[in-house]
Unconditional design. Structure first.
Length: 331
């Protein structure tokens, strides 16, 4: 005990840290760094910890570089209102990307969790939801559910996702939790499609910060036209404030639920075109209103399986091919 006390209380100078470790220590906390320099008893421990932290940083940077070099596409599907067909679009694009040879994963970030119904899943949340992914103690065990008879998987949403907004406020890098998870725990899919909630907030911030591309479905109505400028401004502000580099590419606007015989719909499409031309964003051909799409959703199937060859099925197929060409290059 005396020997131990003598060693701890000795006046030996602490062994200096290497230049890299010194820089890392200062970056973590300058005040703690100054204190530790005067504490020889902790010198070996701190050296070991810094070695571990440096190793972790190297691994993380390597994973990040590999992720950036890979062809994984992450599309956040967002709108400025509810009922804009985000879940329907997400579900059907994933199906058609499968047909083009891409493995897909759906992330249901919406508390309404419509993808449960559209993917034919039961209400029982076996295996967890996106709530578990956003948990502070998440360790990479993604609760992925394989959709039966399809090459698409999903991480399900739940009503409790509403409270994630409040919980994220207390987190560091609160807007980039999802982006960090994709780096720390990569998902081996060609394409990840995120079905975003209708209300702006930290969940949408996370989706945009982690996305490579954005796709915006809009109902052809007056309030969507009025809200489009605000949505573009929000996307720009998030990219600027979070210093995203590169920023996600806006693939374009997709009008959904269109009826060519409705004058207000035609007027809305004209207004969309004017705005899209001004900001240099593509306006895709509209997805027409269809009872068969609603029936397919209720049946838990994409329209391409429920009614192959139907007009709506061909519209989603054509849209997905255009997106595929924009992202991967024309085939």
């Amino acid at each position: 005990m005396t020997k131990g006390g003598s060693r701890i209380g000795s006046g030996r100078k602490p062994k200096p840290f290497s230049e890299k470790k010194e820089s890392l220590l200062i970056s973590l906390d300058p005040q703690v760094a100054r204190w530790l320099r005067q504490q020889p008893r902790y010198s070996r421990l701190v050296n070991n910890l810094l070695t571990m932290e440096m190793s972790r940083s190297i691994v993380r940077e390597t994973i990040k570089n590999e992720s950036q070099d890979s062809e994984q596409v992450r599309i956040a599907i967002l709108s400025n209102s509810g009922g804009a067909g985000k879940s329907t679009l997400c579900h059907n694009i994933a199906y058609n990307l499968n047909r083009l040879g891409k493995s897909t994963l759906l992330l249901d970030l919406d508390p309404q969790h419509n993808l449960d119904l559209f993917c034919g899943l039961t209400s029982t949340k076996k295996g967890g939801t996106m709530l578990d992914v956003f948990a502070e103690n998440f360790q990479g065990n993604y609760p992925i559910v394989q959709i039966e008879d399809r090459q698409t998987s999903v991480i399900r949403g739940c009503n409790e996702l509403q409270r994630v907004q409040q919980e994220l406020v207390l987190r560091r890098r609160r807007e980039q939790v999802l982006a960090d998870l994709f780096v720390d725990y990569p998902l081996k899919y060609d394409a990840i499609l995120m079905d975003c909630p209708a209300t702006l907030g930290l969940v949408i911030d996370n989706a945009i910060a982690s996305a490579t591309h954005l796709l915006i479905p809009l109902l052809p109505e007056g309030k969507a036209v009025q809200g489009l400028n605000g949505l573009f401004d929000t996307i720009e502000k998030i990219g600027r404030d979070l210093r995203l580099n590169p920023r996600p590419t806006v693939l374009g606007i997709v009008p959904v639920g269109y009826d060519k015989d409705t004058a207000s719909h035609r007027q809305a499409i004209a207004a969309f075109k004017s705005r899209c031309d001004y900001v240099g964003v593509e306006l895709f051909e509209p997805i027409t209103d269809s009872k068969e799409v609603k029936n397919a959703n209720e049946a838990g199937k994409p329209i391409g399986i429920y009614r192959p060859g139907h007009k709506s099925s061909l519209e989603f197929e054509r849209l997905t091919k255009l997106l595929f060409d924009k992202i991967y290059g024309k085939t």
